[in-house]
Design a protein around this ligand. Structure first.
Ligand SMILES: NC(=O)c1ccc[n+]([C@@H]2O[C@H](COP(=O)([O-])OP(=O)(O)OC[C@H]3O[C@@H](n4cnc5c(N)ncnc54)[C@H](O)[C@@H]3O)[C@@H](O)[C@H]2O)c1
Length: 297
């Protein structure tokens, strides 16, 4: 269990949470990737054991880390590899737009396999790398919460909708608890103006992952993965209720380029919607306003 962390606690509890550790032995898919490596460093000393599943070698490994070369599209191999773990932190997959068949094979089928493997191996917790591109077609002046309708901006965003929805199915049918983190942009620093609104620092991401591994009130719960920012694109009150207290402010870490205006292709779309370039892919250039239908009965 996370040590000394009352759920939803105030500032003192937040400090405890920021320094919390977990005795769990986890499987981390995608641990060789950009975010996987950053997360591993931030979790070092804060988690008992991490077994990485990735098709790419994650070297160098820390003492508490191990690796198996497993393709998440291979259900039998994946099921055998997760056996005995306390939880799966699922970060493997494509982080950008791909052809539909690739997206379906790796991001959709791969994520399905993670849930199926968890169910077969009796694993009750998943932390899912979802994405802000689930709601990328909201304008930048909207404050979007996790209860708002999904508005994916790409096949990539759609694949993340699948993951969040599948979390619900496997909670209802198999009792697997998931924290889906709609990551904004994860890395050491924000490198462009959009990063000022969406960046999450390594230790803030680690804090959310630890909440996902341990918080007793998680069922199939979604939060935004963002550090402290003055931009108000997202209502992250669910994360706050779970005790998330970002330790880092985006402006304090921003690279100089983050304060320079960026010239975008199709700026009327790219600069209008939260999903930026993902929205512009294949777009005809006309900005459309969606009607919001509400049940008035
Ligand atoms: N980079 C970001 O800021 C960001 C933002 C939102 C969400 N995410 C999500 O976080 C996760 C990691 O993103 P990233 O930027 O580190 O991507 P990445 O491409 O750097 O890393 C992905 C990892 O997954 C592995 N992988 C791919 N296909 C696999 C397969 N079939 N079987 C096993 N391993 C496979 C790759 O080898 C790689 O190591 C992704 O799910 C991505 O959608 C990232």
């Amino acid at each position: 269990m996370i040590s000394d962390v009352p759920p939803g606690s105030g500032p003192a509890g937040a400090e405890a949470l920021a320094a919390a550790t977990s005795a769990k032995s986890i499987v981390l898919t995608g641990g060789s990737g950009n975010v996987g490596r950053v997360l591993r460093r931030a979790l070092t000393g804060r988690i008992a054991a991490v077994h990485i599943l990735d098709v790419v070698d994650p070297s160098p490994l820390a003492e508490h880390e191990s690796w198996s070369s497993i393709d998440i599209t291979d259900l039998a191999a994946l099921t055998a590899a997760v056996e005995g773990a306390d939880a799966i932190v699922h970060f493997a997959g494509y982080p950008n737009e791909r052809a539909a068949e690739d997206m379906l094979r790796v991001n959709v089928l791969g994520t399905h396999n993670v849930y199926e493997a968890a169910a077969r191996a009796g694993i009750g917790r998943v932390v899912l790398a979802s994405s802000n591109h689930v709601t990328g077609f909201y304008p930048r002046d909207a404050s979007v919460g996790v209860e708002d309708q999904m508005r994916p901006d790409s096949l990539y965003g759609l694949s993340k909708c699948w993951g969040e929805l599948e979390a619900g199915v496997y909670f209802e049918k198999a009792g697997i608890r998931t924290l889906a983190i709609r990551i904004g942009n994860a890395g050491e620093r924000p490198f462009d103006p959009r990063g000022l609104a969406v960046w999450i620092s390594p230790r803030d991401l680690a804090q959310l992952v630890l909440i996902g591994l341990e918080h007793p009130e998680i069922d199939c719960t979604t939060v935004y993965g963002v550090s402290a920012t003055d931009a108000a694109w997202w209502d992250n009150s669910v994360a706050t209720a779970l005790g998330y207290r970002p330790q880092d402010r985006t402006v304090d870490f921003a690279a100089p380029e983050a304060f320079q205006p960026k010239v975008s292709p199709l700026p009327e779309v790219t600069d209008h919607f939260q999903g930026a370039g993902f929205c512009a892919l294949g777009h005809d250039g006309a900005v459309r306003r969606r009607r919001v239908w509400r049940n008035r009965s």
